[in-house]
Design a protein around this ligand. Structure first.
Ligand SMILES: [Zn+2]
Length: 75
């Protein structure tokens, strides 16, 4: 599960991170950009894989498999 922290004062958002890491990034952002303002905004949670690369590998694997089957059948 990945978390993205959105700034309540501007359009800043952290990358997809762990809960503690994202919270720290947001605190750092407030310290740098909005000193004196208590950290606000909201947290977005992502239940899916934040990298999004695994589904793509599966599709390529299926295409390769189909090509192998097609090649085997054409002989
Ligand atoms: Zn901000």
């Amino acid at each position: 599960m990945a978390y993205r922290y959105w700034c309540g004062e501007c359009g800043f958002k952290t990358p997809w991170l762990s809960e503690s890491e994202g919270e720290q990034r947001q605190l750092d952002h407030y310290a740098q950009r909005h000193p004196g303002i208590p950290p606000g905004g909201h947290v977005e949670a992502n239940r899916k894989n934040p990298e999004g690369g695994i589904g793509c590998v599966h599709v390529i694997g299926i295409i390769v498999l189909l090509l192998i089957i097609a090649a085997a059948c054409s002989r």
